[in-house]
Design a protein around this ligand. Structure first.
Ligand SMILES: Cc1cc2nc3c(=O)[nH]c(=O)nc-3n(C[C@H](O)[C@H](O)[C@H](O)COP(=O)(O)O)c2cc1C
Length: 236
């Protein structure tokens, strides 16, 4: 397949996966080979990856209680579109329908209601064939990189490399940022034996979607974000 076709068809698979259908070992290896060849700042290769496919562990992670923050609900609301037309016009952000009604009523301050404040990670992690947990050591950093921004970008490169390989193999891929959130991270680390001071950079659900994961995906046009020679001189 053409590289741009793979890039364009890569998408978030925010649907349950078949938990009885494992990712074949050969495909898992290819996804990890993608991680292996990640470009990283200073070639630090600043990640370790825990592949979790043990049902008991996955279920234990699924049972961890999450806590949505007011900040998330507020900042999420600010970036939502309330109709497909609005999203197509804006070309950035997400459609409100993905979130509970109390977080996405147009013109109404979003409320972190009790029903959704402590949602359990549950459904999505339970409906997963495997989970990749990408770990890094915050004591190391790319040379002279304030806040290790370059190290974080490098983790993003690992994410994309694995995502593209998974996508080309027809394996569903869904980032779970909640696993690196303060409270959840500690519990996941305990379950997986990830020692302090290591941190979870990101986690990914992998598997075969039980329903069509396609949804309205939008992007800006090249002319919207490219500046020619001088910032502000839009276009190629
Ligand atoms: C660093 C990072 C964190 C993300 N965290 C989440 C997440 O926690 N949950 C989720 O459903 N998608 C998450 N995503 C996926 C983005 O929302 C998604 O890539 C974006 O909306 C574009 O959609 P697409 O992946 O279908 O093209 C994350 C993506 C990145 C790069």
């Amino acid at each position: 397949m053409d590289i741009l076709d793979i890039i364009r068809q890569r998408q978030s698979a925010r649907v349950p996966f078949d938990r009885e259908r494992p990712v074949p070992a050969e495909h898992m290896r290819q996804i990890l080979e993608g991680a292996r060849w990640t470009p990283t700042a200073h070639n630090m290769q600043n990640f370790e990856i825990v592949v979790v496919d043990d049902r008991k562990l996955l279920d234990a992670i699924a049972n961890i209680e999450t806590e949505t923050s007011e900040v998330f609900v507020r900042e999420n609301y600010e970036q939502l579109s309330f109709s497909e037309e609005e999203l197509k016009k804006k070309k950035v952000g997400l459609l409100g329908l993905m979130f509970p009604p109390s977080w996405r009523t147009p013109g109404k301050k979003p409320v972190l209601d009790e029903a959704h404040a402590h949602s359990i990670l549950g459904e999505m992690i339970r409906a997963t064939a495997a989970l990749l947990v990408v770990v890094y050591d915050p004591r190391r950093r790319a040379p002279a990189s304030e806040g290790d921004v370059l190290g974080m970008i490098s983790l993003g490169c690992a994410m994309e490399n694995m995502w593209l390989v998974a996508s080309s193999l027809g394996v569903g891929f869904h980032i779970q940022s909640v696993l690196s959130g303060e409270r959840v991270e500690g519990e996941v680390k305990k379950l997986l034996g990830i020692a302090e001071p290591l941190k979870i950079g990101f986690a990914v659900r992998l598997g075969y979607p039980l329903s069509d994961p396609k949804y309205l995906r939008v992007r800006r046009d090249i002319e919207d974000f490219v500046h020619h020679n001088r910032f502000g001189s839009k276009g190629i």
